[in-house]
Design a protein around this ligand. Structure first.
Ligand SMILES: C[S@@+](CC[C@H](N)C(=O)[O-])C[C@H]1O[C@@H](n2cnc3c(N)ncnc32)[C@H](O)[C@@H]1O
Length: 303
């Protein structure tokens, strides 16, 4: 196969290059064998499975990590990842290989089912509690738009309706850099395009091409770095009433989907609901949930 990638910074060492680092382009090729080893490594760490037709994607994303680490081949990078020195590189790898597309009010029908059916149903069983808590988890939150959408719904609709209830919102992701962006709460036009105008006016301040989210909404969401595939990390989240785990199962294969969905099931309260992406389904993945149809959306309930 023809080599397609070039890296700068490494070359055959000469006496001269020991003194002055010469920038020499070096051809790098991801062989089928190394691709297999890399994808198995990634799969074991986070459940994401790169199919053969996604090899070019992995190649491009990892090439950048190779040059940042001043290495010169995919084989060296794999050895680095496997070595104790490469432990911190794992987070960088996750940041490089994940796809983080998201925006506010991405799934309006799901939010409507959440607000008008699920919350009233669950809270009707907690009327006699002194301090009722309602826990919501955006489990592959990316840059935070889904979690902050939920926070706006809570601030606008749910808190006035249920003033005694403490609504807790957790947002998590495997990718640390998107979580940092989420905590800053600064967005571009692309992210806010579906925000209703009155909420845009109330909760965002425009600064040039940026839309800065208000502290009031930011403070309602707690962020955590959680790998959905990691049983130990997943056990740190429990007693959720609703989990949004949208548009991430598509990156897993069947066994890793099953593992992740089992973790999510364990994190839910009995009677709690799981939302997944519109194009995703639990068909063949889990029989533990009951599929519930709302007027415009579906969700999976833990019975
Ligand atoms: C396409 S975004 C979806 C964002 C949001 N849920 C939505 O639907 O708009 C997928 C997110 O899943 C995260 N992700 C991928 N694998 C993960 C894993 N094993 N554990 C936790 N998050 C993961 C990615 O980092 C990315 O931010």
């Amino acid at each position: 196969m023809a080599a397609r990638l070039f890296q700068f910074g490494a070359g055959k060492p000469t006496e001269e290059s020991k003194e002055v680092k010469k920038i020499v382009p070096v051809k790098m090729e991801l062989s089928d064998n190394t691709f297999n080893e890399l994808r198995n490594f990634i799969y074991d760490q986070c459940g994401i499975y790169y199919t053969d037709n996604k090899k070019y994607l992995l190649e491009g994303r990892i090439a950048k990590r190779i040059s940042t680490n001043k290495l010169s081949s995919f084989e060296e990078y794999l050895n680095f990842l496997r070595s104790p020195m490469g432990r911190n590189e794992l987070n960088e790898l996750f940041d490089a290989i994940t796809i983080n597309e998201t925006y506010f009010f991405r799934a309006p029908q799901q939010f409507e089912a959440f607000e008008t059916h699920i919350v009233p149903e669950i809270l009707s069983t907690r009327q006699n509690l002194f301090n009722p808590v309602f826990r919501i988890w955006s489990a592959a939150a990316s840059t935070g738009e889904e979690a902050y959408t939920l926070a706006m719904i809570v601030a606008e609709k749910l808190r006035p309706m249920y003033p005694r209830v403490q609504f807790q919102i957790l947002a998590s992701d495997i990718n640390k850099s998107v979580l940092e962006q989420a905590q800053q709460g600064v967005y571009k036009e692309y992210s806010i395009r579906n925000v209703p105008p009155h909420l845009l006016k109330k909760y965002f301040k425009q600064q040039g091409t940026n839309y800065v989210l208000s502290d009031e909404i930011k403070q309602m969401v707690k962020f955590m770095n959680i790998n959905l595939y990691d049983a130990q990390q997943m056990r740190t989240v429990a007693n959720c009433d609703v989990i949004f785990c949208c548009n991430v199962l598509i990156y897993f294969d069947m066994p890793s989907k099953q593992q992740v969905v089992t973790h999510l099931y364990n994190s839910l309260n009995k009677g709690g609901y799981l939302f997944i992406g519109y194009s995703e389904s639990l068909h063949g993945i889990s029989k533990a949930f009951k599929l519930v149809h709302f007027p415009k959306a579906m969700a999976y309930q833990k019975e």
